[in-house]
Design a protein around this ligand. Structure first.
Ligand SMILES: NC(=O)N[C@@H](O)C(=O)O
Ligand code: NI
Length: 163
């Protein structure tokens, strides 16, 4: 028995309750480098808690395919987590609202190939899920003394389909 979810295109508005969408659309906040570079300045709410620090890691993840079996979401109580693709392939982003410590109905987004994301602290999300190779991402998240990981395994997995 599974439950079905359908993907939707990632937009900053739809993702706002869960985190930030980073992209170079619209007018840059600043033109720098003699006008040759647009800076889309300070576009994510980074948060590494009092006992942590920012870290940049490189993830090399196996690509998945749709329909995708979503059996778990996780969250990081002590910090935010950003996924910055090192390629231009769309990737799958899954989030879910929290209901008293348990995730509600997940939402599945597909990026447009030119977007990065930043999950806010303690937001339920699927693990990094590329949809094509190479699954290379820079990940900016908290480095600290605590595990900073809570997982929730669904008793009935979700099946994520292209809309
Ligand atoms: N565990 C880890 O470093 N990554 C996960 O948090 C993830 O969201 O992919
Ligand atoms: Ni995570």
């Amino acid at each position: 028995m599974t439950q079905v979810l359908f993907t939707q295109p990632l937009t900053a508005q739809a993702f706002a309750p869960f985190g930030d969408v980073l992209d170079a659309t619209g007018t840059p906040d600043k033109l720098i480098n003699q006008g040759l570079c647009g800076r889309f300045h300070d576009r994510a709410a980074l948060d590494f808690a009092p006992d942590g620090r920012a870290g940049i890691s490189i993830f090399n993840a196996q690509p998945r395919a749709l329909p995708y079996a979503l059996d778990m979401v996780e969250r990081h109580p002590d910090g935010s987590q950003a996924f910055v693709p090192m390629h231009q392939n769309p990737f799958l982003v899954i989030v879910a609202p929290d209901h008293d410590g348990t995730p509600g109905t997940p939402r599945a987004f597909v990026t447009n190939g030119a977007q990065a994301i930043n999950f806010h602290r303690n937001v339920w999300h699927g693990v990094l899920t590329p949809l094509a190779a190479p699954g290379l991402f820079a990940v900016i998240d908290r480095i600290g003394p605590t595990p900073n990981l809570e997982e929730h395994w669904f008793t009935t997995p979700w099946e994520v389909h292209t809309a």
